[in-house]
Design a binder for this molecule. Structure first.
Ligand code: C5P
Length: 265
């Protein structure tokens, strides 16, 4: 089901249709935790590359008029060809740009490719190929209703311990046990007022003053929090899980099989 009030192509009353939405998909990671082989985003799920599932998940929302895919730097042409080879909605535009060394850099390169007129930006991991369109629409709607930064998230099932990290295999001392009921596991797409997200990336530019150390920010919303801007959480979805380890591929195939079965009946 799609929220028709978010449909960019429908005449609407009341809603501000000048607010155009683009999705940036950082897909430039190597995905080494999944094991050796092709970059994670190009791994097949039910015969279709994970990235194509993720692109379709964004384009399924009638509010999304543009999808920017940030490809591994040496695979941009291959990714462009991949998009050309697969059926995608005609109402949506697709652009491919080469990515950077970290997710943060890749997202910034995606933001640089956005045309004027885009006011709402989704940032969605290629590694979350199965997020349902209702979750995408709920994020967009919350941004359009005035929240500058919105993240879908789920309560945790596991209790979480904060530890003092030790070398691999060594017992790690526990330093705290945060109250589980107050924690949420964050998913994507995360939705932003464009100007706010651009400001966050300018303020915490990789390598610059205020930059996150090492791998850069792994989560755009965290950068917006550091600006002192309120980030809000909306309900996520269990099918928006990140495909990271080999077992996640098994789960993703099972979700797709269940969807196919539901389509038949
Ligand atoms: O490594 P991780 O699973 O946290 O990556 C999250 C997302 O960021 C993935 O979709 C990955 O392709 C992307 N990424 C990127 N550029 C990088 C590293 C990761 O676009 N240099």
């Amino acid at each position: 089901m799609t929220d028709e009030s978010l449909d960019e192509s429908r005449p609407t009353t009341g809603r501000d249709t000048s607010r155009r939405t683009a999705a940036v998909i950082p897909a430039a990671g190597r995905g080494i935790r999944l094991g050796p082989g092709a970059p994670k985003a190009l791994r097949a799920l039910s015969g279709t590359p994970m990235l194509i599932h993720a692109v379709r998940a964004m384009a399924d929302s009638r509010a999304v008029s543009l999808v920017v895919v940030v490809a591994p730097a040496d695979e941009a042409t291959a990714v462009k060809n991949l998009l050309d080879e697969h059926a995608l909605p005609e109402r949506t535009d697709f652009v491919v740009v080469p990515g950077g060394e970290t997710r943060q850099e890749s997202v910034r390169l995606g933001l640089d490719a956005l045309p004027a007129g885009i006011t709402t930006v989704l940032v969605h991991d290629a590694a979350r190929p199965l997020v349902p369109v209702d979750t995408v629409d709920a994020v967009i709607e919350a941004v359009r209703d005035g929240a500058p930064a919105v993240v879908p998230a789920l309560p945790l099932t596991d209790t979480v311990k904060q530890v003092e990290p030790r070398a691999k295999g060594e017992p790690e001392p526990v330093v705290a046990t945060p109250e589980r009921a107050l924690l949420r596991a964050v998913q994507t797409p995360q939705g932003f007022d464009r100007a706010t997200l651009v400001r966050a990336h300018e303020t915490f530019a990789a390598g610059g003053e205020g930059a996150a150390p090492g791998e850069g920010a792994t989560d755009c919303a965290g950068m917006v929090e550091q600006l002192g801007v309120q980030v809000v959480v909306v309900p996520g979805h269990e099918e928006a899980f990140k495909v990271t380890r080999p077992l996640d591929l098994v789960l993703a195939e099972a979700v797709l099989a269940r969807r196919r079965a539901n389509d038949v009946f």
